[in-house]
Design a binder for this molecule. Structure first.
Ligand SMILES: Cc1ncc(COP(=O)(O)O)c(C=O)c1O
Length: 421
């Protein structure tokens, strides 16, 4: 049976995660065979410079030799035990060194598990029910996070954004506009003493790259402290992506809890939640908030993650990444000025939006030109460039991208801008 036919026959929708299907792009999905450094190669032998990097997980590029060696060493000793291994403590200690707010943590197998557990912990710790999230932010696919929001605080008529979720499940999730100080203040007045936690992507990646404004972030920390509501930074994307100390050091804000994933697994399935000891002590077995996992803290994934973090702890790692981001993106920013497009970037994560000239929140996304994105995306694939395959996603530069790769990419992007925008 031919590969494509096999996938379509035996996998639901032919994929294991919907965006991979390229359904919204009206073309057959890529089927990748291997990756090396900044490049991926598909089963037809076509190579692409990869700016998706397993959705931001691969900050060192594909098949990095040191990470592979570390993971292989551990794999040889046994792939999984369901018993504690020393490497779990080592990775936790290293995360604490890079991100001191993570006084204690718990490893899980995905970002979804991390955010789901953080919300449960926040509810268990505060004894309150409501969780606040922001429109356009994604925190994995736990039922109560899949919300289609109303247009503001006065219209909290929310529905689930997926079939299979009873309305009773989402009744304690409140979803308000991002970067909207007034909405935040109003919401806290309406739900006084009832909000367990506010969760956010400090730099949103799942509506395309949209940073929190610094004032919004300050207000958020102030209100949550005053109201004894936990502030959860979902740093599954931003963790060790935008700086060595992640978004919390970028903004100078200490969250109560943080969720991590992607980079801390070095390409393996890992998630993590952590924060203040006083809160983490409420997790079972010490406390009453239950969580467990057969493969949680898997030693091969821990070893790959530790190796990935040690590599990014190198001198000038983020300065070099920043230099690469500016080399690639500054000329594009200049070229699209005055056109119906904009480019948002923080560190090495970026999105080019077609349609709006500014994107600060989910309302600005209403101007997105999906047909233009589709055209752009097809043109990029033909040029051998693989960006994250949706307009509301972030693309990423890795340490493995060479200046030659970036120069080629820059020329293709500039040509597109001059020809079509
Ligand atoms: C900010 C954020 N939180 C949570 C998740 C869920 O992580 P996972 O796909 O590992 O379940 C994602 C996934 O992209 C994410 O971007």
């Amino acid at each position: 049976m031919e590969t494509r036919e096999c996938l379509i026959t035996y996998l639901a929708g032919g994929v294991n995660s919907p965006v991979r299907s390229f359904k919204h792009l009206d073309r057959e999905p890529l089927i990748v065979e291997r990756g090396s450094g900044a490049y991926i190669t598909d089963i037809e032998g076509q190579s692409y410079i990869d700016y998706c990097g397993a959705w931001g997980s691969l900050i060192h590029g594909h098949a990095h030799q040191t990470i592979i060696e570390q993971a292989t060493d551990f794999l040889k000793k046994g792939s999984s035990f369901g018993i504690t291994t020393a490497i779990e403590g080592e990775l936790a200690r290293f995360i604490n060194y890079l991100m001191p707010s993570m006084e204690q943590m718990r490893f899980v197998c995905s970002g979804t598990e991390a955010t789901m557990t953080a919300a449960r912990l926040a509810r268990g710790f505060t004894g309150r029910s409501y969780i606040v999230k922001f429109m356009g932010h994604y925190h994995g696919h736990a039922d109560f996070f899949l919300i289609e929001a109303g247009s503001g605080v006065m219209n909290l008529n929310q529905t689930a954004s997926s079939a299979g979720i009873p309305s009773s499940i989402i009744q304690h999730t409140l979803c308000i506009p991002f970067n909207d100080e007034k909405a935040l203040i109003e919401l806290f007045k309406m739900y006084k003493d009832q909000i367990a936690a506010v969760i956010l992507e400090p730099v949103a990646g799942n509506m395309g790259v949209v940073p929190s404004s610094k004032n919004f972030m300050k207000l958020l920390r102030k209100i949550t402290e005053e109201e004894k509501t936990l502030l959860i930074f979902d740093e599954v994307i931003t963790g060790f992506r935008i700086s060595k100390g992640s978004a919390q050091s970028y903004y100078g804000i200490k969250p109560d809890l943080t969720t991590l994933g992607k980079i801390i697994g070095g390409g393996f399935p890992v998630g993590c939640l952590g924060g203040r000891k006083e809160i983490m002590r409420h997790m079972a077995p010490e406390g009453k908030v239950y969580q467990a996992g057969t493969l949680a803290g898997n030693p091969v994934a821990m070893a790959a993650g530790l190796s990935s973090l040690k590599l990014l702890d190198a001198k000038n790692f983020y300065e070099e990444l920043q230099e690469k981001a500016e080399f690639l993106l500054k000329p594009i920013e200049e070229a699209i000025r005055g056109k119906k497009a904009c480019l948002n970037r923080v560190g090495s994560m970026f999105t080019i939006f077609f349609g709006p000239t500014v994107v600060n929140n989910s309302y600005d996304l209403k101007l997105i030109d999906n047909e233009r994105f589709k055209h752009f995306y097809h043109a990029m694939l033909l040029e051998g460039l693989y960006f994250s395959p949706a307009q509301n996603e972030a693309s990423f530069i890795s340490q493995a991208h060479s200046f030659d790769d970036l120069l080629k990419t820059r020329e293709v992007l500039l040509n597109y801008v001059y020809k079509y925008l």
